[in-house]
Design a protein around this ligand. Structure first.
Ligand SMILES: Nc1ncnc2c1ncn2[C@@H]1O[C@H](COP(=O)(O)OP(=O)(O)O)[C@@H](O)[C@H]1O
Ligand SMILES: [Mg+2]
Length: 435
């Protein structure tokens, strides 16, 4: 009997030890898997294969999220999650901007080495955080020069926004309580003008009201990756400052990063805090009964389906910003070509047809590619002029010619649309479901 018990105990202890052993083992394994994926991602990126690079950055991100669970302290966990978010966002940028992204613009995230955890130790020095929060918040205040005219097409959407602003700012009749929108969500494929619309909104507030109107331009993934554990404090601070400076606009870009359950596992305490803070702010809890305070929240996302349902229900207006239709493409092409002084030797409608499926950003890049090819061709001697000195270069007249359809055909081999018809359909289906 005694021996039987002993044997049982031994067995149980052995099993425990074995389990612990496995758990202990997993941390370094995850770290190695993450490094491995990162290495592959970077190699692919350097060789111009953004698709493989993005897939590997995503894999690195997932592994890093898992690795964060093995952290021995909160700050270490946050540091690892910040890295994970950084990788995921880089993958997203790669997909959105594509292979031809100028290498200088997109910076590679540094690989996670043991100093991920060292970083965490440095950053969690008490006292530092409060100062950095107010600094972070003031850095988000933004003035914009974008006007409604800079945005091609989207006439109905522009009208919708202006109407909402007008109704919220104008004087209601005596004794009449008019309910206005406070929260708007723009969703749709990348590069379709969501950020532009928010910028124009803030700009028009500045012009139409005396006093200051503040525009907080919050790139959510940036805040999350920089201040993971403090993100909910930053959100509260932003809304506090927005209320003090009413009327103001809080623009939450890449909104899905704020409220979605990124790694598919349990939410951390920090994530839960962010969610409840954002819910309270969207409900306007802090300004109940104060009709003189107007804070408009505009959230933008490429992935509405990732947003938490409770958060989603707070947006009275959910506006799909689709890939540009004919009219919008025409307006964008006019902005990108004619407003910049270029000429074409064909009918514009041909190019309007040829750019179906392209986002506004892609049309912009296509025009840039075509014009710079044309200029490059006609001005091959420029580098030599530099050798001959400043005077010679300044005296040189840059040559241009009208653009041809062939110029655009060539540009199209470099710039291809990222949003497929099937993906566009997903947005449309989602909007039907959400109704
Ligand atoms: N409707 C549009 N009119 C003019 N330019 C546009 C339009 N849509 C997109 N663009 C161009 O594409 C770029 C990216 O647009 P942005 O608003 O940042 O897209 P997103 O929807 O991803 O926020 C803009 O800076 C602009 O040059
Ligand atoms: Mg944007």
């Amino acid at each position: 009997m005694v021996i039987g018990n002993l044997l049982f105990c031994h067995d149980a202890i052995a099993r425990c030890l074995f389990l612990e052993d496995r758990l202990m083992d997993l941390g370094p394994k995850l770290k190695r898997a993450c490094d491995d994926a990162l290495h592959k991602a970077k190699m692919a990126w350097k060789s111009g294969d953004s698709e493989t690079a993005a897939a590997n950055f995503e894999a690195a991100s997932k592994t890093m999220f898992k690795y964060a669970e093995y952290a021995q302290s909160r700050s270490m966990e946050y540091a690892r999650k910040r890295k994970a978010i950084e990788y995921r966002d880089f993958a997203r940028r790669l997909r959105e901007v594509g292979i031809e992204a100028p290498a200088g613009k997109a910076k590679l995230p540094t690989p996670p080495s043991s100093n991920v955890d060292e970083d965490a130790r440095h950053e969690s020095v008490a006292g530092e955080t409060d100062k950095s929060i107010s600094e972070a918040v003031s850095a988000l205040v933004h003035t914009s020069t974008i006007t409604w005219d800079d945005i091609g097409g989207l006439e109905e959407t522009k009208r919708d926004i202006k109407y909402t602003l007008g109704l919220s700012l104008a004087k209601p009749p005596e004794g009449v309580k008019i309910t206005t929108f406070r929260n708007m969500l723009f969703y749709g494929p990348p590069g379709t003008g969501k950020t532009l619309l928010a910028a124009a909104t803030s700009n028009s507030l500045k012009v139409t009201t005396e006093g200051q109107a503040l525009f907080f331009n919050v790139k959510v993934s940036g805040v999350l990756s920089k201040y993971f554990g403090e993100s909910s404090k930053i959100i509260s601070e932003i809304y506090g400052a927005a209320r003090d400076n009413s009327p103001s606009v809080v623009f939450l870009d890449e909104f899905e990063s704020l409220t979605s359950n990124r790694d598919g596992g349990e939410q951390t305490g920090a994530e839960r805090r962010i969610l409840s803070t954002i819910l309270a702010e969207l409900d306007g809890l802090a300004e109940k009964g104060r009709s003189d305070i107007f804070v408009l929240t505009i959230a933008a996302t490429n992935r509405p389906w990732e947003i938490d349902a409770a958060v989603m229900s707070r947006f009275e207006k959910q506006i799909l910003i689709p890939l540009p239709d004919e009219e919008t493409r025409q307006a964008i092409l006019e902005i990108q070509l004619f407003k910049k002084g270029y000429q074409i030797d064909f009918e514009l409608h041909e190019l309007i047809d040829d750019t179906e499926g392209y986002s506004g950003r892609e049309i912009e890049r296509l025009c840039k590619q075509a014009t710079s090819q044309m200029i490059g061709e006609l001005n091959v001697d420029l580098p030599e002029l530099i050798d001959r000195g400043l005077a010679a270069t300044r005296g040189y007249q840059v040559k241009v010619r009208p653009l041809t359809l062939a110029d655009f055909e060539r540009a199209k081999t470099y710039i291809k649309p990222v949003t497929s018809p099937a993906e566009m359909q997903r947005y449309l289906d989602w909007s039907v479901e959400a109704d």
